[in-house]
Design a protein around this ligand. Structure first.
Ligand code: NAG
Ligand code: NAG
Ligand code: NAG
Length: 183
């Protein structure tokens, strides 16, 4: 169970007492995260080509979820949560710029909070989050594959670089979704 399953209740209480912003525009935040992700390593990727693999990003499973705003929001939330968990591991390369890595984690955390507030506006989101269970499961198993890959490669520097490049693709996908959410 994810820890944010109780959030609608918590946020409902919070939003009734204070004013609660429903700013659902993530495009700028994601853009900032993306450029941190790009900048935080200068390791030459060429030397890691032998470690390339296909992580099978679940494009098909996520396709239908672009139609409805609330499930798209749930999907982006799941992605941000998983990326946050991935990069909060202590096993990331020491040569990555630690300041930028921290800034990235802070940014992701801010986006999580924003998404949770944003979901609050969808009255039936608990129901719809059940309906988007399949895309979420597909995502979970995708990120599980990434973790297993890292483990199998004993968290080598090259394995992390390959993962960093893969997560860039996830960011591009999220940005596309985020632009739709804003529209
Ligand atoms: C997503 O669905 C649309 C229409 O249902 C289809 O045209 C498109 O090829 C699909 N995209 C992917 C990546 O599966
Ligand atoms: C790490 O990133 C910070 C913030 O962008 C920058 O000021 C610093 O120079 C970088 N450190 C290295 C070693 O590149
Ligand atoms: C998206 O949510 C709607 C209800 O809000 C639901 O009918 C639909 O099945 C959901 N789609 C996916 C792919 O989860």
């Amino acid at each position: 169970m994810t820890s944010w399953s109780l959030l609608p209740l918590a946020l409902a209480l919070l939003c009734s007492s204070t004013h609660c912003s429903l700013d659902c525009d993530l495009t700028q935040g994601l853009q900032e995260d993306f450029s941190l992700l790009n900048q935080m390593s200068t390791f030459p990727l060429v030397s890691c080509l032998k470690d390339r693999t296909n992580f099978n990003f679940p494009k098909e499973a996520l396709n239908g979820s672009q139609l409805q705003k609330e499930n798209a929001t749930v999907i982006v939330l799941e992605m941000v949560q998983q990326i946050f968990t991935l990069f909060s591991q202590n096993a990331t390369p020491a040569t990555w710029n630690q300041t930028q890595l921290m800034q990235l984690l802070f940014g992701l955390h801010r986006q999580l909070e924003q998404l949770e507030r944003c979901l609050e506006q969808y009255v039936e989101w608990e129901e719809s989050s059940l309906e988007s269970e399949n895309p979420r499961l597909a995502l979970k198993s995708y990120f599980q594959g990434i973790s297993q890959y890292l483990q199998g490669k004993e968290y080598s520097h090259c394995a992390w670089e390959i993962v960093r490049v893969e997560i860039r693709r996830v960011f591009l996908f999220m940005s596309k979704l985020a632009r739709k959410l804003r529209a």
